[in-house]
Design a protein around this ligand. Structure first.
Ligand code: CA
Length: 234
Protein backbone atom coordinates (compact mmCIF):
# COMPACT_ATOMS: atom_id res chain seq x y z
CA UNK A 1 0.00 0.00 0.00
CA UNK A 2 1.27 3.42 -0.89
CA UNK A 3 -0.09 6.89 -0.47
CA UNK A 4 -1.27 8.55 2.67
CA UNK A 5 -1.94 6.55 5.75
CA UNK A 6 -5.22 7.47 7.31
CA UNK A 7 -5.69 8.31 10.96
CA UNK A 8 -8.98 8.38 12.78
CA UNK A 9 -9.12 10.99 15.55
CA UNK A 10 -11.83 10.37 18.14
CA UNK A 11 -12.15 13.47 20.28
CA UNK A 12 -15.19 15.44 21.37
CA UNK A 13 -13.30 18.63 22.20
CA UNK A 14 -13.37 20.39 18.83
CA UNK A 15 -10.33 22.56 19.55
CA UNK A 16 -8.14 19.57 20.38
CA UNK A 17 -9.51 17.52 17.49
CA UNK A 18 -8.76 20.26 14.97
CA UNK A 19 -5.32 20.95 16.33
CA UNK A 20 -4.38 17.28 16.32
CA UNK A 21 -5.77 16.94 12.79
CA UNK A 22 -3.78 19.95 11.63
CA UNK A 23 -0.48 18.58 12.89
CA UNK A 24 -1.13 15.14 11.48
CA UNK A 25 -2.11 16.54 8.09
CA UNK A 26 1.05 18.61 8.05
CA UNK A 27 2.96 15.42 8.77
CA UNK A 28 1.45 13.85 5.65
CA UNK A 29 -1.40 11.79 7.03
CA UNK A 30 -4.99 11.69 5.89
CA UNK A 31 -7.13 12.51 8.91
CA UNK A 32 -10.75 11.85 9.77
CA UNK A 33 -12.24 13.12 13.00
CA UNK A 34 -15.28 11.91 14.90
CA UNK A 35 -16.56 13.20 18.22
CA UNK A 36 -18.23 10.10 19.66
CA UNK A 37 -17.36 6.52 20.46
CA UNK A 38 -20.20 5.28 18.31
CA UNK A 39 -18.89 7.37 15.44
CA UNK A 40 -15.50 5.76 15.89
CA UNK A 41 -16.87 2.24 15.77
CA UNK A 42 -18.92 3.04 12.67
CA UNK A 43 -15.89 4.56 10.91
CA UNK A 44 -13.74 1.59 11.84
CA UNK A 45 -16.20 -0.83 10.36
CA UNK A 46 -16.71 1.10 7.13
CA UNK A 47 -13.23 2.36 6.43
CA UNK A 48 -10.49 0.98 8.68
CA UNK A 49 -7.76 3.53 9.40
CA UNK A 50 -4.05 2.81 9.86
CA UNK A 51 -4.19 4.17 13.41
CA UNK A 52 -6.74 5.50 15.89
CA UNK A 53 -6.20 8.39 18.27
CA UNK A 54 -8.79 7.87 20.96
CA UNK A 55 -9.81 10.27 23.70
CA UNK A 56 -10.59 8.57 26.99
CA UNK A 57 -13.46 10.82 27.96
CA UNK A 58 -16.11 10.77 25.28
CA UNK A 59 -19.73 11.89 25.58
CA UNK A 60 -21.36 8.57 24.72
CA UNK A 61 -19.21 5.47 25.11
CA UNK A 62 -16.18 5.64 27.41
CA UNK A 63 -12.87 5.53 25.53
CA UNK A 64 -11.83 2.44 27.45
CA UNK A 65 -14.94 0.64 26.27
CA UNK A 66 -14.44 1.89 22.70
CA UNK A 67 -10.90 0.54 22.79
CA UNK A 68 -12.07 -2.79 24.09
CA UNK A 69 -14.71 -3.07 21.36
CA UNK A 70 -12.20 -2.16 18.67
CA UNK A 71 -9.86 -4.87 19.96
CA UNK A 72 -12.53 -7.52 19.61
CA UNK A 73 -12.25 -7.31 15.88
CA UNK A 74 -9.13 -5.35 15.02
CA UNK A 75 -5.43 -4.97 15.77
CA UNK A 76 -5.38 -1.38 14.53
CA UNK A 77 -2.87 0.61 16.58
CA UNK A 78 -4.52 2.84 19.19
CA UNK A 79 -3.01 5.89 20.84
CA UNK A 80 -5.11 7.03 23.78
CA UNK A 81 -5.44 10.59 25.03
CA UNK A 82 -6.13 11.12 28.69
CA UNK A 83 -7.08 14.22 30.59
CA UNK A 84 -5.41 13.26 33.82
CA UNK A 85 -2.31 11.44 34.88
CA UNK A 86 -4.22 8.98 37.03
CA UNK A 87 -6.15 7.79 33.99
CA UNK A 88 -2.99 6.12 32.78
CA UNK A 89 -3.26 3.28 35.23
CA UNK A 90 -6.87 2.93 34.20
CA UNK A 91 -6.03 2.59 30.54
CA UNK A 92 -3.24 0.14 31.01
CA UNK A 93 -4.64 -1.58 34.08
CA UNK A 94 -7.83 -2.52 32.31
CA UNK A 95 -5.94 -4.29 29.56
CA UNK A 96 -7.85 -2.46 26.91
CA UNK A 97 -5.11 -3.04 24.40
CA UNK A 98 -4.03 0.51 23.63
CA UNK A 99 -0.55 0.80 22.10
CA UNK A 100 0.40 4.04 23.77
CA UNK A 101 -1.07 7.06 25.51
CA UNK A 102 -0.48 10.76 25.94
CA UNK A 103 -1.62 12.89 28.84
CA UNK A 104 -3.18 16.27 28.04
CA UNK A 105 -1.85 18.83 27.55
CA UNK A 106 0.65 17.28 25.16
CA UNK A 107 3.12 18.65 22.70
CA UNK A 108 1.70 18.08 19.19
CA UNK A 109 5.16 17.28 17.89
CA UNK A 110 5.37 14.50 20.41
CA UNK A 111 1.99 13.23 19.26
CA UNK A 112 3.20 13.13 15.66
CA UNK A 113 6.44 11.44 16.72
CA UNK A 114 4.55 8.75 18.57
CA UNK A 115 2.15 8.20 15.69
CA UNK A 116 5.09 7.70 13.35
CA UNK A 117 6.72 5.29 15.75
CA UNK A 118 3.59 3.25 16.28
CA UNK A 119 2.92 3.02 12.55
CA UNK A 120 6.48 2.04 11.82
CA UNK A 121 6.31 -0.68 14.41
CA UNK A 122 2.89 -1.80 13.26
CA UNK A 123 4.12 -2.42 9.72
CA UNK A 124 4.22 -6.17 9.07
CA UNK A 125 7.77 -6.02 7.78
CA UNK A 126 9.01 -4.56 11.02
CA UNK A 127 9.68 -7.92 12.60
CA UNK A 128 12.99 -9.17 11.41
CA UNK A 129 12.24 -12.23 13.48
CA UNK A 130 8.99 -13.14 11.75
CA UNK A 131 8.12 -16.74 12.43
CA UNK A 132 10.74 -16.96 15.10
CA UNK A 133 9.85 -18.70 18.31
CA UNK A 134 11.41 -18.54 21.76
CA UNK A 135 10.89 -21.23 24.36
CA UNK A 136 11.64 -20.51 27.98
CA UNK A 137 10.59 -23.18 30.43
CA UNK A 138 6.84 -23.68 29.90
CA UNK A 139 6.61 -20.40 28.03
CA UNK A 140 6.51 -20.42 24.22
CA UNK A 141 6.31 -17.13 22.37
CA UNK A 142 5.91 -16.95 18.60
CA UNK A 143 6.78 -13.67 16.89
CA UNK A 144 5.05 -14.41 13.58
CA UNK A 145 1.73 -15.49 15.03
CA UNK A 146 2.18 -13.17 17.99
CA UNK A 147 1.05 -15.94 20.28
CA UNK A 148 2.09 -16.72 23.81
CA UNK A 149 1.54 -20.13 25.35
CA UNK A 150 2.17 -21.42 28.84
CA UNK A 151 1.99 -25.16 28.42
CA UNK A 152 -1.25 -25.76 26.50
CA UNK A 153 -2.82 -22.49 27.53
CA UNK A 154 -2.76 -19.48 25.23
CA UNK A 155 -2.21 -16.19 27.06
CA UNK A 156 -3.61 -13.01 25.52
CA UNK A 157 -1.15 -10.16 25.73
CA UNK A 158 -1.72 -6.63 24.49
CA UNK A 159 0.63 -5.67 21.62
CA UNK A 160 3.10 -3.76 23.76
CA UNK A 161 3.06 -6.42 26.45
CA UNK A 162 3.98 -8.94 23.78
CA UNK A 163 6.77 -6.78 22.37
CA UNK A 164 8.17 -6.14 25.85
CA UNK A 165 8.22 -9.83 26.71
CA UNK A 166 9.80 -10.65 23.35
CA UNK A 167 12.50 -8.03 23.79
CA UNK A 168 13.43 -9.35 27.22
CA UNK A 169 13.40 -12.98 26.09
CA UNK A 170 15.41 -12.10 23.01
CA UNK A 171 18.08 -10.66 25.31
CA UNK A 172 18.09 -13.41 27.90
CA UNK A 173 20.72 -12.95 30.55
CA UNK A 174 21.07 -9.23 29.85
CA UNK A 175 19.63 -6.44 31.96
CA UNK A 176 17.68 -3.91 29.91
CA UNK A 177 17.11 -0.50 31.46
CA UNK A 178 13.69 1.11 31.35
CA UNK A 179 14.99 3.64 28.83
CA UNK A 180 16.35 0.86 26.62
CA UNK A 181 13.01 -0.91 26.77
CA UNK A 182 11.16 2.30 25.97
CA UNK A 183 13.36 2.80 22.97
CA UNK A 184 13.16 -0.77 21.70
CA UNK A 185 9.53 -1.50 22.39
CA UNK A 186 7.93 1.92 22.12
CA UNK A 187 10.50 3.41 19.80
CA UNK A 188 11.17 6.52 21.84
CA UNK A 189 14.56 7.91 21.08
CA UNK A 190 14.35 10.34 23.97
CA UNK A 191 13.92 9.67 27.67
CA UNK A 192 10.22 9.00 27.96
CA UNK A 193 7.90 8.09 30.79
CA UNK A 194 9.52 4.96 32.18
CA UNK A 195 6.44 4.23 34.24
CA UNK A 196 4.96 2.88 31.01
CA UNK A 197 7.50 0.07 31.20
CA UNK A 198 6.69 -0.75 34.82
CA UNK A 199 2.97 -0.85 34.19
CA UNK A 200 3.40 -3.20 31.23
CA UNK A 201 5.75 -5.47 33.17
CA UNK A 202 3.15 -5.66 35.92
CA UNK A 203 0.51 -6.70 33.39
CA UNK A 204 2.70 -9.36 31.80
CA UNK A 205 3.47 -10.78 35.24
CA UNK A 206 -0.16 -10.82 36.21
CA UNK A 207 -1.19 -12.60 33.01
CA UNK A 208 1.62 -15.14 33.03
CA UNK A 209 1.57 -15.78 36.78
CA UNK A 210 4.28 -18.21 37.82
CA UNK A 211 5.37 -18.60 34.20
CA UNK A 212 6.54 -14.98 34.06
CA UNK A 213 10.30 -14.99 33.46
CA UNK A 214 10.79 -11.26 34.10
CA UNK A 215 13.11 -10.37 36.95
CA UNK A 216 13.34 -6.86 38.40
CA UNK A 217 16.89 -5.61 38.73
CA UNK A 218 16.49 -2.94 41.35
CA UNK A 219 17.64 0.50 40.32
CA UNK A 220 18.46 -0.67 36.81
CA UNK A 221 15.65 -2.32 34.90
CA UNK A 222 14.50 -5.79 33.98
CA UNK A 223 15.88 -9.01 32.66
CA UNK A 224 15.06 -12.63 31.92
CA UNK A 225 17.44 -15.17 33.40
CA UNK A 226 19.52 -17.07 30.84
CA UNK A 227 17.80 -20.43 31.17
CA UNK A 228 14.90 -21.36 33.32
CA UNK A 229 15.04 -25.12 33.15
CA UNK A 230 17.61 -27.68 32.27
CA UNK A 231 15.95 -28.76 29.07
CA UNK A 232 18.11 -31.28 27.20
CA UNK A 233 20.47 -29.61 24.80
CA UNK A 234 19.59 -30.10 21.16
CA1 CA B 1 -13.08 14.41 25.85
Amino acid sequence: MTGQQSILVVEDEASIASFVALYLKNAGYAVRTVSTGQGALTQLASEPPALVILDLNLPDIDGVEVCRRIRKGSDVPILMLTARDEDVDKIIGLEVGADDYLTKPFNPRELVARVKTILRRAAPERRRDEGEEITHGDLVINAGKREVHVGDEEIQLAPKEFDLLWELLDHRGLVLTRDQLLERVWGYTFAGDTRTVDVHVRQVRRKLGDASPIVTVWGVGYKVASEKTSAPAA
